[in-house]
Write a protein that binds this ligand. Structure first.
Ligand code: 13P
Length: 299
């Protein structure tokens, strides 16, 4: 049987999610424990998954020349599709370097520029990525920071008519939309209010995979509704990092003499529990169960 390559771009993965109306997790990852937790969770849930890393994370800790071969090695053994995406690529240097390292996808975030400049930058990166067989995510409107209450600033929300023109002119493969979420932790007790009406209009007008950034702390009801209204990729960073840190603190408190390796393994297990629950919530679980058989194709 022909070997299936499971290190893929986000394009087919997200069109499958768009067609079958579910969402794929895109999880920020900076080390081997996280990469293993993400890919093992995806395998156990028969779910596709996207691994994200930002330029800041790449420069500070999870260097590209380490992360790419490691994720490719893990993906090669996987039975579900795995994409590795540069999260929030802001300049050409970071993006071309990620493409050279063989990321399977890149995001160009020119959302702080005015419309025409966002189009100019995004279309350039989209054609570069496509020429190398990789996918390109873009952002229109602006998903800012929870700490600045940016999610409540309607001036940042994605305009539907502009989005249609943006996608036609840039040929991006998926679009991150601003509908009320923001990056990072929200103030204690706050659950953001999302503009689902706008999201439905965007889905209807664009008929393509849509992305929600700032998935952490958005609340289960909002996340479920966002998927039902057309979100196909949900970025999660803060919640997983927090969950991992809490597991680390609890394990050390419960077992102060635990060995370092065992500690890492305990944190990895805790991350898997979080990720698998999330995959079930957003409907990506069991999407690849039928890809597992070894027998001949029946049709
Ligand atoms: P959170 O840290 O709020 O989950 O946001 C992650 C994200 O959107 C990365 O692009």
């Amino acid at each position: 049987m022909e070997e299936k390559i499971m290190y893929v771009s986000m394009k087919e993965m997200l069109w499958h999610a768009h067609t079958h109306r579910y969402a794929v997790m895109a999880i920020n990852c900076v080390n081997m424990e996280q990469a293993k937790a993400i890919i093992e969770s995806a395998e156990e849930e028969h779910s596709p998954v996207i691994i994200n890393i930002s330029p800041r994370q790449l420069k500070a800790h999870g260097y590209g020349y380490i992360m790419v071969p490691m994720i490719q090695a893990l993906a090669k053994r996987a039975s579900v599709p795995i994409a590795f995406n540069l999260d929030h690529g802001a300049n050409f240097e970071d993006i071309t370097q990620a493409l050279q390292w063989d990321f399977s996808s890149v995001m160009i975030d020119a959302s702080s520029y005015e419309f025409e400049e966002n189009i100019r930058r995004t279309s350039m990166i989209a054609s570069l990525a496509h020429g190398m067989g990789k996918s390109c995510e873009a952002e229109l409107g602006h998903v800012g920071l929870a700490a600045n209450a940016d999610g409540q600033n309607v001036d940042y929300f994605t305009n539907v008519a502009q989005a249609q023109e943006f996608v036609e002119r840039t040929h991006c493969d998926c679009l991150a939309v601003a509908i009320g979420t923001a990056h990072g932790a929200y103030p204690k007790g706050m659950i953001p209010q999302l503009d689902f009406e706008r999201l439905k209009q965007l889905k209807e007008a664009l008929n393509m995979p849509l992305v929600l950034h700032g998935g952490s702390g958005a609340g289960e009801e909002n996340i479920r509704k966002a998927v039902a209204c057309g979100i196909n990729k949900i970025n999660v960073c803060t919640d997983l990092m927090k969950h991992a840190k809490e597991a680390l603190i609890k394990t050390l408190a419960d077992e102060p003499d635990i060995e370092y390796m065992e500690l890492n393994m305990a944190v990895e297990e805790a991350m898997k529990d979080f990720i698998k629950d999330y995959m079930r919530m957003i409907g990506s679980s069991q999407q690849y169960i039928f890809e597992q058989h070894d027998g001949p194709e029946l049709d």
